[in-house]
Unconditional design. Structure first.
Length: 466
């Protein structure tokens, strides 16, 4: 098929590259000349495991092209994907200005070229319920009553870090349309990607739009529930890891998204939760459970920082903190809504000095903090003279460090693990004062949260001593 992709951000680039990989002819459009220039020259603009190889292969074979020319891209296309940002407004609602502007532009092009043939316009972006109707109306207003097109909601279910796998071998494809011709076109496009057990689920446009929000909101709910439960475990001395094993083995619950940490971040869950909350409020049906999810997520990172403060008696001025990880999750360079930013903000507010390291996401931290923090060239480089290490992203390379080397580099052997990647008992054996989330109280030190039984603290090792 001939396919146009409007927008070459995360979803657009992955969608375009993967469609080209299955033999389609793909033309990607972006309004940023610098992005077009890089992609045309063979320079991938985002980090995603496996993306670069497929992108370069299809660029070389001529199956994918990039430009800023919307008309050139869409006129020969049978299917036009809208992969545009929907940033949150001040009230939390999704801002549709980019999508509706492109819909307006499509309509003008169709009005000039009524002979362009039938088009399927696909909302691939995550959009509020009713957006398909708005896109349809915007195109129709400009194109006139005669032009033949349909608008379909086809939400993406791509996990950052696993997006190529998710697109090439999807668990499910949701097609939101009431028009059989459009449904057949989308089924034909996705047929080469389907594996045994893959589901193609056809529903109306509004249900498809809600499905995407509902899926992300439910994942956010699992994360916030585990973080809230971990706080309870800290109070009573239970172990959240054992509890996760216990409940995750129930097939009705499952083991995924049951890991406590610093809360959810990234480009999807935070804005999608807010947007669904706003849509529900506008409909007069507030989602109380989802509001609690959002509140818990914000409190989780604040609670973790309070734990850091308590360890140092509330005084962090003049201390040096090493931070491993600035991406919101491993295997991505995405720092949007990264939970670590709250911690970095508070450290700087408390007049501490900070050195950060991330394998892929240093650019996002540098754009936010400039020269207010130090950017290390390695994980060990960040530790030089540190009074504490904060682990904010569970990159694989952080899981098996040289603890002996770490002790020689750090001024104090204190570790705050925001992702629970180490075993508390082994960390004590290594000579570290170790704080994690929701695990037994022997790891904790300093004044507890109100109502929390205070464990017996162990003395802080002197610098340079085992």
């Amino acid at each position: 098929m001939n396919v146009a992709i409007v927008g070459t951000g995360y979803v657009g680039l992955v969608t375009g590259v993967c469609l080209a990989e299955r033999g389609n002819t793909v033309h990607c459009v972006d309004t940023n000349p610098r992005v077009v220039e890089k992609l045309t020259a063979g320079e991938v603009t985002i980090f995603e495991p496996g993306l670069e190889d497929i992108y370069l292969r299809n660029l070389k074979r001529g199956r994918i092209a990039f430009s800023g020319d919307l008309e050139k891209a869409i006129l020969p296309a049978e299917i036009v994907f809208l992969c545009l940002p929907t940033p949150p407004g001040e009230d939390g609602s999704a801002d549709l200005k980019y999508i509706l502007q492109v819909a307006n532009d499509l309509g003008k092009i169709f009005a000039k070229r009524p002979d362009a043939g039938y088009k399927v316009v696909v909302d691939k972006s995550t959009v509020p319920v009713g957006t398909s109707d708005k896109v349809q109306a915007a195109i129709r207003k400009q194109a006139g009553p005669a032009f033949d097109f349909d608008v379909v909601s086809n939400p993406e279910f791509l996990r950052e870090g696993y997006a190529i796998e998710d697109f090439l071998r999807p668990e499910r494809v949701v097609i939101g349309s009431s028009n059989e011709r459009a449904i057949v076109a989308l089924k034909d496009l996705y047929e080469p990607f389907l594996q045994p057990g893959s589901k193609v689920i056809v529903m109306d446009e509004k249900s498809a739009e809600v499905t995407k929000y509902a899926a992300n909101a439910f994942l956010a709910l699992k994360i916030s529930y585990m973080n809230d439960l971990a706080n309870f475990c800290d109070a009573v001395g239970a172990d959240i890891d054992r509890i996760r094993d216990g409940i995750g083995s129930d097939s009705r619950i499952g083991p995924k998204f049951l890991f406590p940490g610093l809360g959810y971040g990234g480009s999807c869950l935070p804005k999608d939760v807010k947007a669904l909350l706003r849509s529900a409020s506008d409909a007069g049906t507030p989602l109380s459970v989802l509001q609690a999810v959002e509140d818990i997520n914000q409190e989780t990172r604040k609670r973790f920082f309070r734990k850091m403060q308590r360890h140092f008696g509330g005084k962090i001025e003049g201390l040096r903190f090493a931070v491993w990880g600035t991406a919101f999750k491993p295997n991505t360079d995405d720092t949007r809504e990264a939970p670590v930013f709250h911690i970095l903000d508070e450290l700087l507010k408390g007049k501490a000095s900070v050195a950060v390291y991330d394998p892929e996401a240093m650019g996002g931290a540098r754009a936010r903090y400039g020269d207010r923090i130090t950017y290390a060239e390695s994980s060990y480089g960040a530790l030089q003279g540190a009074d504490a290490l904060v682990i904010a992203t569970e990159w694989s390379e952080f899981r098996k460090p040289d603890f002996g080397l770490m002790k020689t580099l750090m001024r104090q052997r204190v570790l705050f693990d925001g992702r629970n990647i180490f075993n508390p008992k082994k960390m004590l054996e290594h000579g570290f004062l170790y704080h994690s989330i929701g695990r037994k109280a022997h790891e904790n030190h300093g004044p507890p949260e109100p109502g929390t039984p205070e464990p017996t603290p162990e003395p802080t090792p002197e610098p340079g001593r085992s």
